[in-house]
Design a protein around this ligand. Structure first.
Ligand code: BV8
Ligand code: ZN
Length: 246
């Protein structure tokens, strides 16, 4: 079977506590455009113009149009073999945490249970005044949608310059520090504080492997950096683990 280094199979086979950090690359084979890739949505729109509280303050309608467009891209989009391989991986460990930067809800749809969404979820909405959370968009009488309190409803995602949800971040930092092995899948590793999680894991003695389509700032810092498509590498990794386990 293909090219998965023995060191990675051995590290996963011997691990008690495994964490996985994912980024937009794991959803690209589902047809979801990444952020910074050649097909990246941020090619057409400048994220600093749209994914910031200032942008929402200045033009909430424009920001909502962008998020409705992105929600639209998600219609008919399903988890791919990489998402499903992580669900299989989770079942092999009593201690496991999936930490995602993605807001596309595909890990939850795939069946991942121990899951932390560092940057929120594009299908959830919250009030920018009273912070009330809604699980979906209210009937649209126009943009931005309004809360009963009169405040503007906003996508329940983390914008640049905003704090990450405290509980999610705490849980992610703790898991990174305690795990024996961390897989970093499909992220350009440029957004903080998510990109520091693999460094924390490495510093605390975990075996850290990156699976990505192209090199990143992490590639020379991790134990193993595998270049390739997550939808191919992750299922291959699981087949190796199953073969070893039998
Ligand atoms: C905060 C939600 C501060 C919204 C997102 C200067 C230096 C360092 C840091 C900063 C700085 N200036 C500002 C900062 C902080 C800033 C930051 O990190 N900026 C970066 C860009 C420099 N961070 C923040 O603002 C964070 N908040 O720091 O608060 C603070 C402190 C105290 C008090 C108050 C405030 C908030 C960050 C969260 C921003 N929100 N998204 C939305 O989605 O609309 S970030 C956005 O980028 C997504 O969440 C995405 O997940 C994330 C990371 O991108 P990736 O997932 O990595 O996606 P990308 O396209 O980049 O890469 C995909 C990779 O996959 C590629 O490498 C590609 O090769 C690979 N790939 C593609 N296909 C495949 C594949 N791999 C495998 N298989 C494939 N098939
Ligand atoms: Zn409100």
């Amino acid at each position: 079977m293909g090219n998965i280094p023995q060191a990675l199979i051995g590290a996963l086979d011997g691990a008690e506590y495994v964490t996985v950090l994912t980024g937009a690359g794991i959803s690209s084979e589902s047809g979801v455009p990444t952020f910074r890739g050649k097909d990246g949505i941020w090619r057409k729109h400048n994220p600093m113009q749209l994914a910031t509280p200032e942008a929402f303050e200045r033009d909430p309608k424009l920001v909502w149009e962008w998020y409705l467009y992105r929600r639209g891209l998600m219609q008919g989009v399903h988890p791919n073999p990489a998402h499903l391989a992580i669900v299989e991986l989770e079942r092999r460990y009593s201690r496991f945490l999936l930490i995602t930067q993605n807001v596309d809800d595909l890990h939850r749809k795939a069946g991942s249970l121990e899951l932390v969404e560092l940057h929120g979820n594009i299908f959830k909405v919250r009030c920018s005044m009273c912070e009330r959370k809604l699980s979906e968009m209210p009937e649209l009488e126009g943009l931005p949608p309004r809360c009963e309190c009169g405040g503007n409803l906003r996508p329940d995602v983390v914008w640049f310059g905003e704090m990450l949800p405290h509980a999610a971040l705490e849980r992610a930092f703790e898991a990174a520090a305690q795990c024996d092995c961390m897989l970093v899948v499909g992220t350009s590793a440029v957004v903080q504080p998510a990109a520091s999680l693999p460094l924390i894991a490495k510093r605390e003695g975990a075996f850290v492997a990156e699976l990505n389509y192209e090199p990143t700032p992490l590639s020379h810092l991790v134990d193993i950096s595998l270049m390739g498509k997550a939808g191919e590498l992750m299922p291959l990794l699981l087949r190796h683990l199953e073969a070893k386990g039998d």
